[in-house]
Design a binder for this molecule. Structure first.
Ligand code: ADP
Ligand code: MG
Length: 724
């Protein structure tokens, strides 16, 4: 029997559909049965959420929100195709009279119904894999049914699996518009959504009013809001192929209007946030210059021009009462840490406390050491908030911070989030900001840090569209110059077959006093497997290299103090080869290490490869990064390896990365559920973003009431894009 498991396929689609509330997403087909399929037995009927709870789940909290809940796609229910003209492969609405409806048990339980058009001698099978007794009852012999669905070639001829169907009696009218299919969630039927949306569209005409002044609409040749919304919810049938295509691709002027409005709301909201920030008071951190001068005398190098410029910008910000929100961008190795340390000291000179956060234990630990060594002669104690701290010491650390006595805390982001009280907090520094994503960035704002200055650091440049949108409220400083005396890193792409040669070569180099990182393959599906691989690799290299070279191992499952001890031994040169999982990915700084071997480089993302490679080339020795790869390579793996081989410029790599992956990953917010843009697309709608930005400025100038109205429609009652 040619049954291609449609039920399983359909289930997975439904699951997806229930998660998809962003208005695009992967819902390709979704049948809206008139009779809802049975719920899973496990669910007790009593714990069912109400319709309004379900609506809230897809972001609809007010009636007005229904107006902006736009279809994913459309179905054409405006005409009935005679049964005899139904063609395999098409999506149709047709009608017939039920001949039979029986439950079959082979190969699995299913309801099979045959409908016919006697006059023209045509028939169609309707097949249901999940059904209620009510289905069978409705499909009684001689009943006339109207069905809708995809026709395929079944065992008995044309058939539709899980059609939408309706019993028709007497004269019926057909809709004169396309039927919208909305993003929805489990337990919220299309019928219900259509009904409540239709009602919301007519109930209060004000909901379709223009928020924008006439001239804005006319000058930008935008559709009127009301026209656009009405069109998108109920487009006329038989559109020209071109119009239909534009509608599906969301390039139709009606869509453009909605996207423009959405982006405009975002821009207005960002500007509102900025304004709110300027009204806030952060401590004025004038400093005395004493500690910063002492630090500069101790680091053993001169700041690059870029570092000096950036340091001036930050220092200037700190002296103002408006809370700083500055992003310090600089490629891997450009020297962001010292700039952060200078900022910290200016705050401390002004009698305030500083929190320095890093995304990983290793990095936090390393910052702690580096800063401690720089500051030991300066007379500033740093409190390290590490996960490895015994409970007693941790409490002690929290105490000295809470009393305001200790000025400087360094630790992981997680530790700070657990709630470390710093009553005199003047500056919060977040390292490797890109690792946190938009969600955390916004969360941080709510953490009582709003009154402190904030310095965020990132090695990953923010793509232009993101800079104009989600990061538009930040000031940005760029370190566009590397410290002098760096030997360039040579990148080698080596096929797995020649791995033995690399092992030999690394052994030889390390016996001559060089040091190497050896990064294990990334195994996303299984941390356990990754760990096993790391241990196996460590054993292998220990055996191969024998007495002469000590091989160390770091991985994510180690206790923080074990990790730190190993990193230390590596930094002191006692370990020659350090086998590591990706825990070393960000920020680790051991200048003597000059070899980086990455196994199965084809599995890593571009940003990761760039970060990993950035671990070498920090000293004056000529450095090498060996990318071992296994064939066959996928097309994107090939692209990535090509990019990493051809360029060492972090900005260019980020640009390419964005081209390959799209901005969603960068935002790191896909999984976290932050309300991002529902309609506009950061890649395709760059032009609109620019227009919206300009329009936002103009609107705030000329018609603040309109701006207010617009924000209310798009953001009111919903979580703000950006909270002030
Ligand atoms: P990143 O920007 O990747 O965080 P780091 O702050 O870790 O870079 O700096 C990389 C290395 O360069 C460190 O060892 C740091 O001490 C050193 N460094 C920073 N600034 C300079 C400079 N102006 N001259 C020489 N070395 C520097
Ligand atoms: Mg760093």
């Amino acid at each position: 029997m040619p049954i291609r498991k449609p039920d399983g396929a359909r289930r997975s689609i439904r699951r997806k559909a229930s998660k998809t509330n962003d208005g695009r997403g992967g819902v390709t087909s979704q049948t809206a049965a008139v009779v809802t399929p049975p719920p899973s037995r496990a669910k007790a009927a009593s714990s069912r959420p109400s319709a309004s709870e379900r609506l809230a789940r897809i972001g609809i909290r007010r009636e007005e929100d229904l107006v902006l809940h736009l279809p994913l796609r459309y179905e054409d229910h405006t005409h009935v195709t005679p049964l005899a003209q139904v063609k395999i492969g098409e999506t149709v609405q047709t009608e017939g009279v039920v001949v039979s409806a029986e439950i079959q048990y082979r190969p699995r339980r299913q309801l099979v119904c045959l409908i016919r058009d006697e006059e023209r001698n045509a028939s169609l099978v309707l097949r249901f894999f999940s059904f209620y007794p009510s289905h069978q009852k409705a499909l009684a012999p001689a009943a006339r049914v109207r069905v809708f669905g995809d026709v395929r070639d079944g065992y008995y001829g044309p058939e539709i699996v899980h059609p939408q169907f309706k019993v028709v009696t007497g004269e019926t009218t057909l809709p004169d518009r396309l039927t919208p299919v909305y993003p929805t969630t489990a337990g919220l039927s299309q019928d219900l959504l259509r009904k409540v949306i239709e009602r919301a569209l007519v109930a209060d005409p004000k909901r379709l009013d223009e928020t924008l002044p006439d001239d804005v609409v006319r000058r930008r040749k935008l559709w009127k809001f009301g026209d656009a919304v009405r069109f998108l919810h109920a487009p006329p049938p038989r559109l020209s192929p071109l119009t239909q295509k534009a509608l599906d691709a969301r390039t139709h002027p009606a869509w453009t209007r909605l996207k423009f409005d959405e982006l405009l709301a975002q821009q207005l909201s960002l500007k509102a946030h900025r304004k709110a920030r300027s009204a806030k008071r952060a401590p004025v951190l004038t400093g005395t210059g004493e500690l910063t001068a002492a630090l500069l005398a101790r680091v053993g190098f001169r700041l690059t021009r870029a570092q000096e410029r950036v340091w001036r910008e930050i220092s200037h910000d700190l002296k103002r009462a408006m809370p700083m929100q500055r992003l310090l961008q600089g490629d891997v190795g450009s020297g962001k840490t010292v700039v952060a340390a200078l900022a910290a000291l200016q705050a401390i000179e002004s009698g305030k406390q500083v929190a320095f956060m890093a995304p990983t234990e290793i990095l936090a630990e390393q910052h702690f050491r580096k800063l401690s060594s720089w500051l030991s002669g300066v007379g500033i104690d740093i409190v390290g908030l590490s996960g490895s701290l015994p409970a007693k010491q941790r409490r002690k650390a929290q105490e000295v911070l809470a009393s305001g006595e200790a000025p400087f805390a360094v630790g992981t982001h997680a530790l700070f989030q657990e709630g470390v009280a710093m009553p005199k907090l003047g500056l919060a520094i977040v390292d490797e900001q890109h690792r946190f994503g938009v969600a955390q960035r916004l969360a941080l704002r709510d953490k009582g840090l709003a009154e402190a200055h904030q310095l965020m650091m990132s090695a990953t440049p923010i793509p232009r569209t993101l800079a104009m949108t989600f990061y538009a409220d930040l000031d940005v400083s760029v370190l566009d110059e590397m410290p002098p005396g760096r030997a360039p890193v040579t990148t080698k792409l080596i096929g797995e077959k020649r791995r033995a040669q690399i092992v030999d070569w690394v052994g030889k180099a390390c016996r001559e006093g060089r040091q190497a990182y050896w990064v294990c393959p990334l195994i996303e599906e299984s941390e356990k497997l990754e760990l096993q691989t790391a241990v196996a690799l460590h054993d292998e290299l220990t055996q191969t290299f024998g007495e002469a070279i000590r091989v160390g191992l770091v991985h994510g499952r180690m206790k923080p103090d074990e990790k730190a001890a190993t990193m230390d031994a590596f930094a002191r040169g006692e370990i020659g080869v350090l086998v590591a999982t990706t825990v070393i990915e960000v920020g680790v700084d051991v200048p003597n290490a000059s070899i980086m071997v990455i196994e199965h480089a084809e599995r890593f993302g571009l940003a990761q490869l760039h970060q990993l490679r950035g671990r070498v080339g920090r000293g004056s020795t000529e450095s090498t990064c060996v990318l071992l790869f296994e064939e066959p390579l996928t097309e994107t793996a090939k692209q990535r390896l090509k990019v990493i081989y051809e360029t060492t410029d972090g900005f260019e790599i980020a640009r390419q990365d964005l081209l390959i992956r799209g901005p969603g990953e960068f935002l790191g917010a896909r999984q976290s559920g932050v309300p991002l843009l529902r309609f506009a697309d950061l890649e395709r709608d760059v032009g609109l973003i620019e227009q919206a930005r300009d329009a936002a400025d103009a609107l705030l100038q000329t018609d603040p009431a309109a701006a207010e109205r617009h924000l209310e429609r798009w953001v009111g009652g919903r979580q703000a894009f950006i909270k002030a």
